[in-house]
Design a protein. Structure first.
Length: 311
């Protein structure tokens, strides 16, 4: 008698294999951008120069972006009521448990820093808006307390931002069964990419000239580190194992090669860095081309990593 064993795993056929769709890349992208904003708004506020009105208001953007990203993640959940279980316990060995609580910390820390950073005229406008919601007095009390502890809160905002940015990469790297995701470099890679997209987001608004140069320098540093980490990531995969070589091949001549090199490397890294260098060295008038390309490249990186990891 001849016995035949068939092992078939088809992502498109087997119902028990869940495919991550657009929700996860959106969540990772917005979470990384929020992390970059938290880091950069803290660094901007720590400078000796007085922050511009736009920089003060933009500190409120991080919790908004995190909320939208968590909304996308919520849509992906199969059992949405079970999300509460993340906050009924804390597991030291679970990156998802750490990430769930880091997301919660984003709100009080970033909002307190944003409230304390407003000048009196801006605080008055915010008070009129919050007055209609019955929150004017609590907000004023929180602002007074936050101003008294502002230096510590800014450092906390920066640390939580770093934690959030790293977590967006660790979320994938803990799934070691996927060869493309089994790299410890994903955490740092997503952190510096988030820093770059956060800088790009800030460039869309009316920052002061000194603030613009400060953010641009940080963006160039983040882009340089991102290029280095991508090279190390691909080299590490290519020299690790047969599965790693096959995973790296998806980006080096395989199915996702064109998208990766065109959208991430060229459009998202090379061209924006060249434009920003010309802007700083030759005092070329800044445009929105570079930040748009950085955002496109940042989202493409996460979309390709999520899709290729499931290929």
């Amino acid at each position: 008698m001849t016995e035949i064993d068939v092992a078939r795993y088809s992502l498109q056929i087997d119902p028990h294999l869940h495919i991550w769709g657009w929700e996860i890349p959106v969540y990772l992208f917005l979470g990384g951008m929020a992390a970059g904003l938290m880091i950069l708004t803290s660094l901007l506020a720590m400078r000796k120069e007085e922050p511009s009105p736009a920089a003060r208001w933009l500190a409120f953007a991080a919790p908004v972006l995190v909320s939208v990203g968590m909304g996308a993640l919520f849509l992906d959940l199969a059992f949405k009521v079970h999300v509460l279980r993340f906050y009924l316990a804390f597991r030291w060995t679970s990156p998802m448990s750490w990430g769930a609580w880091v997301l919660v910390l984003v709100y009080p820390v970033s909002l307190l820093v944003a409230l304390a950073g407003l000048d009196d005229a801006q605080a008055e406008k915010a008070g009129r808006f919050l007055g209609g919601l019955g929150l004017a007095r609590p907000a004023a009390a929180l602002r007074a307390w936050a101003q008294h502890h502002l230096a510590r809160l800014r450092w906390a905002n920066l640390v939580v931002g770093v934690g959030l940015g790293v977590y967006t990469g660790i979320l994938l790297s803990t799934l070691g069964a996927r060869a493309l995701w089994s790299s410890a470099l994903l955490g740092p890679l997503f952190l510096v990419s988030g820093l770059s997209t956060g800088a790009a987001f800030l460039m869309f608004f009316r920052l002061g000239e000194g603030e613009r140069h400060f953010v641009t320098r940080w963006d160039l540093l983040a882009i340089g580190l991102e290029v280095l980490l991508i090279v190390l990531f691909l080299v590490g995969l290519s020299t690790a194992s047969l599965e790693g070589k096959e995973a790296a091949g998806l980006l080096l001549g395989g199915r996702f090669t064109a998208e990766f090199w065109a959208l991430v490397v060229i459009a998202g890294l090379a061209v924006p860095s060249l434009l920003e260098i010309l802007e700083m060295r030759l005092h070329v008038r800044p445009t929105r081309v570079a930040p748009v390309l950085v955002l496109v490249g940042g989202f493409a990186l996460r979309w390709i990593m999520v899709a290729a990891g499931q290929a």
